[in-house]
Design a protein around this ligand. Structure first.
Ligand code: HEC
Ligand code: HEC
Ligand code: HEC
Ligand code: HEC
Ligand code: HEC
Ligand code: HEC
Length: 268
């Protein structure tokens, strides 16, 4: 019975893979420099502008998930925020940082949308409203990834280890946007039992996740987090993009990397 369940799950996984590549209209595997790229296109087409490309890789190297997805308030869903040019111009969403004033790495971060613009400004629009693939960005990615610890899937980068070794230092606080929070005690790592014979348990690390996500990205929206075991989740649900799958299908390392979660025998 358990064996059957396992086979069914694996089949589902294969089907999901096929579905996903068809749904996105592409036949090939996502390349490391494309993993986590988001195409935002609610309003651009109507305004006769190319859609906006947002790269997770370059931003997550600089900022935590929490800063953007809690303090700034981006939805964890493509197009879900419904960002308007006017909001960016008032200093919300992309305009929180892309306001021509905020300094990062000794440079002012370029401004986002504006009503009026000269031909020179148009180059700026194109950095976000990207009419075509920018080969420089691809080269930048591989230059950036070169000296970081490697992984097999996703961006091909072991982000967790890159952060731990101090090779990247994502910022978790922006003056005027974030509020000072009291630090909460971090829960102990725990093991999840996949209930299939022979399948290694999963060690879930609160400590490692909190670095990126604080507490608020996960609790209470993704996991109620009152008592372990209260929420039941299965691999097919995770593949549908629920629970762990909210992040581990599109931005954090993808589900294909079974062994990174199904890792160790019980340890608690
Ligand atoms: C930092 C990134 C960024 C830059 C730079 C940028 N935009 Fe935008 N802009 C966005 C995002 C994100 C949206 C929402 C896209 C969507 O949903 O289609 C948007 C939407 C728009 C829209 C859609 C209509 C509306 O009212 O929301 C217009 C018009 C627009 N931008 C104009 C411009 C112009 C003109 C420039 C250059 C002067 C520019 N933008 C530069 C990020 C940017
Ligand atoms: C600089 C801001 C920023 C940072 C940092 C950031 N994100 Fe995002 N994220 C966004 C934006 C913008 C979107 C698109 C929202 C929209 O289209 O409305 C998005 C979308 C997503 C989505 C949906 C993507 C999809 O393809 O379904 C997920 C999942 C996500 N982010 C997870 C993360 C995780 C995990 C991290 C940290 C490792 C992270 N984000 C860091 C801004 C950010
Ligand atoms: C938390 C701050 C923050 C937010 C929010 C943010 N960015 Fe950025 N972004 C940066 C910084 C910092 C850079 C690096 C600027 C530099 O190198 O001059 C950058 C760089 C970029 C680049 C430059 C890539 C290139 O051509 O070099 C693009 C495109 C971009 N952001 C798009 C967006 C879009 C679209 C949004 C909103 C959906 C957004 N960003 C939201 C901080 C942010
Ligand atoms: C990446 C997502 C994630 C983040 C970030 C996160 N948690 Fe959790 N948390 C979980 C999961 C998964 C569970 C187990 C829930 C379940 O199985 O129902 C959990 C359970 C809990 C529980 C119940 C523990 C138990 O043993 O019954 C508490 C309390 C909790 N979390 C607090 C926190 C606090 C405080 C933070 C920030 C310091 C935090 N969590 C950050 C995912 C997360
Ligand atoms: C992001 C972490 C993660 C990754 C990656 C992952 N799993 Fe899981 N898996 C889980 C969790 C969490 C559970 C549920 C544990 C529980 O029941 O409490 C689970 C459960 C399972 C189960 C038990 C049956 C079920 O539906 O719950 C099977 C079989 C399984 N995973 C197979 C796989 C395979 C095959 C892969 C690779 C293609 C994979 N998993 C990748 C986290 C992961
Ligand atoms: C809110 C987003 C989010 C959710 C939900 C989430 N993760 Fe993660 N997880 C991350 C990020 C970000 C990293 C850093 C590595 C990366 O981005 O590839 C990470 C890293 C990990 C790692 C490697 C670090 C380590 O602990 O050794 C494991 C294993 C993992 N996650 C398992 C899980 C499991 C199991 C669940 C569900 C119970 C889960 N994650 C839910 C975002 C998330």
């Amino acid at each position: 019975m358990r064996k059957i369940l396992f086979v069914v799950t694996c089949l589902l996984i294969v089907c999901f893979g096929a579905f996903q590549s068809e749904g996105a209209g592409k036949k090939r595997r996502t390349m490391p420099h494309e993993y986590g790229n988001v195409l935002i296109n609610n309003f651009s087409a109507n305004a006769k502008l190319p859609p906006v490309v947002f790269e997770h890789w370059s931003h997550r190297a600089k900022f935590t998930c929490r800063l953007c997805h809690v303090d700034i308030g981006f939805a964890m869903k493509v197009g879900g925020t419904e960002i308007k040019a006017a909001e960016n111009m008032k200093g919300y969403f992309c305009g929180t940082c892309h306001n021509g004033r905020l300094e990062y790495g000794g440079r002012k971060v370029f401004e986002s949308c504006s009503r009026q613009f000269t031909n020179d400004d148009a180059k700026r629009c194109e950095r976000c409203h990207a009419s075509q693939k920018n080969p420089n960005r691809e080269a930048e990615f591989y230059k950036f990834a070169e000296n970081l610890p490697k992984e097999r899937f996703g961006n091909g980068i072991n982000w967790e280890s890159a952060e731990e070794k101090g090779l990247i230092k994502p910022v978790d606080f922006l003056a005027g946007v974030s509020i000072k929070r009291s630090t909460m005690a971090i829960q102990k790592d725990f093991s999840l039992n996949p209930k299939v014979e022979g399948l290694p348990n999963i060690i879930f690390s609160h400590k490692k996740h909190t670095v990126w996500n604080g507490c608020e990205v996960c609790h209470p929206d993704i996991f109620i987090g009152v008592k372990r075991g209260l929420t039941k989740y299965s691999m097919p649900e995770i593949f549908e993009g629920k629970y762990c799958g909210v992040c581990h299908t599109s931005v954090a390392f993808p589900l294909m990397d079974c062994q990174r979660c199904h890792i160790k025998p019980v340890q608690l």
